[in-house]
Design a protein around this ligand. Sequence first.
Ligand code: 2HG
Ligand code: ZN
Length: 468
Amino acid sequence: QRAIGRAACFTTPAEVEPFLVDFRSLYRGATPLVACPGSTADVAVVLGICDELGVGVVPHGGNTGYCGGATPSERGDEIVLSLKRMNRVREVDADNFSITVEAGCLLADVQQAAEAADRYFPLSLGSEGSCQVGGNLSTNAGGLNAIRYGVARDLVLGIEAVLAGGRIIDGLTSLRKDNTGYDLRHLLIGAEGTLGVITAASLELFPRPRTVETAYLAVPDPAAAVQLLGRLRIATGDALTSFELLPRIAVEFAVRHIPGVSDPLQRPYEWYVLCELAVPRDDPTLRGTLEATLGQAMAQGLLHDAVLAESLAQREALWKLRESVPEAQRAEGASIKHDVSVPVAALPGFMVQASAAVLAIAPTGRLVTYGHVGDGNLHFNVSEPLGGDRAAFMAHEHAIQAAVYELVHRFRGSISAEHGIGRLKRADLARYKGHVDLEVMRAIKRALDPKGIMNPGKVLPDLPAADG
Ligand code: 2HG
Ligand code: ZN
């Protein structure tokens, strides 16, 4: 408190409460202090003190994570470091197509700052109104536009970060090319605060989309969706920016629970795709190309029905349907979630096998398998049975997850496509990450954080301190 000011330190139970429980309420931690530094220098001061005292530090952004990565341990012996006061846009450089922001900036504010300069920042997630850029980078978030623009990592030109002990990495450049040795930026991105705290980033901007077409498609099955994905990419000169798969049950959940959401089509179908095409110029031909491709697909049995957005309001309604699926699924009770990826072309085969494996364990579980199929990233979720016994269903959690992850592994996929590891998937990481990979990860952790105080107990399987 003396070092960074009383006002920047939350200590009462009411003040620290919002920082103790993760978004999914999987964990409830405890802490004597939430530090909210207002500058990079103050973050360094906090990390210096924690290093001296050997106190763990848990970086905390918008608290929208799915894996408990920003929640302190139950022991109450770690402090939380909130970046929320570091929320300035430091610079928008339209000519360089870059923007420099502090870690506590809301993602939506970054998007808006870019737009105000007639530029586009493409990272887009359902939680963009509350998640913070520091968290997006620390978890290497993916979201809805990754098929065209990549994941968070791909949008970062430079970062500023504070390492354990308070050393500052000033890597806040806006260069596209910089081959000067190891790329420390990419070590810190996706490290979930276990190697240091990202305090600011320089991000890449793009020309703003001028022509956008949004289509909601009813398809026979995921295999047809993947076929359609390839065709649309080729026919439109790779103008596809989103390609999301939804099963019927996800649409039903959203219509049932989210006010203002309705089924865009007259009759029900088993599977849907919400896709979007965008180009940074006025292109009156894009719509025709889309329609022609869809017409051909329909003639060949790859498509049952389609709605093309005719207005901004209709486009927003389609996206609202998609983005409300997680909330709607929450309203249907407990669910067992798997954020996985496999190579896009293997996705339909994976879905058939994984569905069968889950239903063999829990025949009444409700499969709600949706997501960013354009990237091969599926939210392979299972909701508790209707009117069933929640406890009996959740007793299968471990067996279901093991079955799904075994299949993911066999398909050479990933057990965490975009949500990270946090505390939730540490044991799974230990099981599925390569032995050498883990060894190198541990070596890096020891080198940068020898006392093990940066977000302890997250990402890496248990790690003894270097001195024992
Ligand atoms: C999404 O794609 C999010 O909507 C959440 O990644 C996925 O709730 C989920 O499982
Ligand atoms: Zn997702």
